[in-house]
Write a protein that binds this ligand. Structure first.
Ligand code: BGC
Length: 716
């Protein structure tokens, strides 16, 4: 439709219709004849059955259901304005991919685009029109359960991945078949909640926010993302969605976001609980000028008219928001085709199709990170008649999906994957009971360790498949102890006593405290939650059919007491330089460095870096390095470029990732990798929160992990 049509439509709408557009409620409310009590503030809502016809969007999936709701709605709405259907399509629909924290370990944005385009296709066929994804919140605290939904701790990687995700969801045009509108979240700085406790307060300087946390949201907006979601936290003592500086000055003015803002679930009404809004009237007064749609809540719907009468809100505020919402619907093509791609037959065709599973397997195998491989215990030879022992709750379970996946998705379990990959091997399992019983607030397994040791005692290789329950990660799953549950740790320790080569596979949604287990295992493999192709992808890696290439997108702490621990920290006036002594900045009982840093990950190949060259032409610098695969196994290395601005008007991190490239090298093959460094690469966020370049000294670093780089200083 033309802008003229949309503007005339807006002129013609009543205030009730407009406020309905600005309200989103759960489907059940619309679908059932007698609207049930909905969760959150809708329980106290005065929205009646008669009002439902004005509602502009709802949270729903299911092609047939969506079509039925839309058909009825279109008939009854005074202006026949279509609903828009939203859902949380984060990393999965019928095909479940690895969690985003894992996908980011691929250091391969194209794979993220592949994953999001597959799930967009499946979800749009099932009636979804907008996804509440990607989550661009930068993460430094693994106590926070939602690190699993994030691309990790680095602003550069975050931006690359988030932009790739938006591209996959929306393509060039979200109206196109198989595409969704994308809603980046949670603006702003939701992930920085104090002590990692979900929904807790956030307090950070504007400089830190603009320098680190902003980049993911900005990348989404630059990629054309259609919506932004507010966050539950306060920022600078004001609930984020009610914070004018965050929403007007930063989002609208600085980032030039023109799309629709939606509240997080009931977040507008929660400003009462925060102690910021005194009542529903104040909720609407504070939140509405910043946020166009109230997701779960009816404060706008009930109070805006009175607020306009009292001069506390203007009709202009309402019209601006509604125009954006109508434009969103128009951008999705809903005026012409209100059902978009909803088609039950297409759902059957796409769900679990071969092409999608192939993509899921590829992404999953590239998301796995090899952390330790003593005595080159991996890869295992798939042709020998070996006896493989597998023990632990992740041996044969579908609990490998993470919290935002359909629970009934058809997972290839580790055991199934191993049986297919190692047909000549004898595979024995033990202690395979799932994580279930709660122990001090986290899930544990039944202690069958003695029996497991007995069953696996004559195996040639012993694999422990352990981790955390998917419900121990994700929203509202903060933890203060990041150790594995007692019985799982005991299993690894006791199996090690058998004196056989051992491999530990860790399934988790966050970096766990794995240090206590390292002495008891030869190989340590971080498997995250890998999705439906979990077993196949792990078997690919254990057999060497895929040579592991994942690099950590988030540092692993030595111990919880180090948190937050991240590679791109500032220096101090008293740097420790690796020493532990009084009056320098260090811990007495633990190194400053994480157990495994950002960018770290082993391969079965060995790579040597040489010929690090820097050429300066004016203000453009070319940095190159030769990477040689000095082993007999073909493999993939991720070459990482870091910089440090040695002195500036605000202190600079000791390292900042500014580029990466993946090289696939045959055995003994070499390649030269070159990066171009410009003023942009070397600029930073100055005191006025704007990008600035300053002349001076810079350290240019290239390596294969944030803690393993070659360094040259240049002056510009
Ligand atoms: C989460 C959001 C999600 C929303 C709707 C909230 O609890 O924080 O990430 O999009 O629910 O499901």
């Amino acid at each position: 439709m033309t802008q003229e049509y949309i503007k005339n439509l807006l002129k013609d709408m009543t205030l009730k219709e407009k406020l309905g557009e600005m309200t989103q409620i759960p489907t059940d409310f619309l679908a059932e004849t007698n609207a049930p009590a909905a969760p959150g503030p809708l329980t106290k809502s005065k929205i009646t059955k008669e009002d439902l016809i004005y509602i502009g969007s709802c949270y729903a999936t299911g092609a047939a259901r969506v079509r039925a709701i839309q058909e009825k709605h279109m008939k009854e709405h005074p202006h026949h304005i279509p609903l828009v259907f939203t859902a949380d399509i984060i990393y999965s629909y019928h095909t479940v991919f690895p969690i985003p924290l894992a996908m980011s370990c691929s250091f391969n944005p194209a794979l993220y685009t592949l994953a999001t385009s597959v799930i967009a296709k499946e979800a749009s066929a099932d009636g979804v029109q907008v996804t509440f994804a990607p989550m661009a919140d930068l993460v430094r605290d693994p106590r926070w359960g939602r690190v699993m939904e994030s691309p990790g701790e680095d602003p550069y990687l975050n931006a690359q991945m988030i932009s790739a995700a938006v591209k996959g969801f929306q393509g060039d045009d979200p109206k196109a078949p198989g595409k969704l509108g994308s809603c980046v979240k949670h603006f702003a700085a939701y992930s920085a909640s104090e002590a990692g406790r979900d929904y807790n307060s956030v307090d950070m300087s504007k400089g830190t926010f603009c320098e680190y946390y902003l980049s993911g949201y900005k990348a989404a907006i630059d990629a054309g993302c259609k919506m932004v979601m507010t966050s539950f936290n306060i920022l600078d003592r004001v609930p984020s969605g009610a914070n004018k500086e965050v929403y007007q000055d930063i989002l609208r003015d600085m980032l030039k976001f023109k799309g629709v803002v939606i509240s997080d679930y009931a977040a507008a009404d929660e400003t009462i609980e925060h102690g910021f809004s005194a009542d529903a009237m104040e909720v609407a007064e504070h939140y509405l000028p910043n946020c166009d749609i109230e997701l779960v809540g009816s404060d706008y719907y009930e109070c805006a008219e009175q607020l306009i009468k009292e001069g506390r809100l203007s009709m202009e505020d309402i019209d601006k928001a509604v125009l954006r919402i109508l434009n969103l619907k128009n951008d999705l093509g809903l005026f012409e085709n209100p059902y978009k791609d909803a088609d039950p037959e297409l759902v059957k065709k796409l769900g679990g199709c071969e092409e999608h599973l192939k993509a899921a397997r590829e992404v999953a195998s590239r998301s796995i990170v090899l952390l330790q491989n003593n005595n080159k215990v991996l890869p295992l030879c798939k042709h020998e008649h070996i006896k493989i022992g597998i023990a632990g709750p992740f041996t044969d379970t579908i609990q490998a999906l993470g919290g935002w996946a359909l629970p009934e998705a058809p997972v290839v379990t580790l055991l199934e994957g191993m049986q297919r990959k190692f047909p000549n091997a004898e595979i024995v399992t033990a202690m395979t009971g799932e994580l279930g019983a709660m122990q001090d607030g986290i899930f544990d397994v039944e202690d069958c360790v003695a029996e497991a040791v007995e069953r696996l005692k004559d195996c040639d290789i012993i694999i422990s498949a352990i981790g955390e329950h998917p419900l121990d990660t994700g929203e509202s799953a903060s933890r203060t102890i990041l150790r594995m549950s007692d019985h799982q740790e005991k299993l690894v320790r006791e199996l090690h006593r058998l004196g056989k080569p051992t491999v530990t596979l860790v399934f988790s949604g966050r970096p766990l405290e794995i240090r206590p287990l390292l002495p008891y295992t030869d190989a340590m493999v971080q498997c995250w939650f890998l999705g439906v192709e979990c077993g196949n992808a792990i078997a690919d890696v254990l057999s060497g059919d895929w040579n592991p290439s994942g690099k950590l997108s988030m540092s692993f702490p030595q111990t919880v007491g180090q948190i937050p621990v991240y590679y791109n920290h500032y220096n101090t006036g008293r740097p420790a330089h690796g020493k532990r002594q009084r009056y320098v900045s260090c811990y007495l009982d633990c190194p400053n460095e994480p157990l495994y840093p950002f960018g770290f990950g082993l391969s079965y190949s060995e790579f040597a870096f040489s010929d690090f060259l820097i050429k300066t032409q004016g203000e453009t610098v070319k940095a190159s390095v030769t990477v040689e695969n000095v082993s007999d196994i073909a493999g993939t290395e991720t070459v990482q470029l870091y910089i440090r601005d040695v002195a500036a008007q605000v202190v600079r991190p000791v390292k900042e990732l500014k580029g990466f490239r993946q090289v696939n090298l045959e055995a003994h093959e070499k390649a030269t990798v070159e990066f171009t460094i410009t003023r942009d690469t070397l600029s930073f966020i100055g005191r006025d929160c704007k990008p600035i370049f300053e002349h001076g000294d810079f350290d240019i670093m290239i390596g294969n992990s944030s803690d393993n780089v070659m360094c040259e200083r240049i002056t510009l």
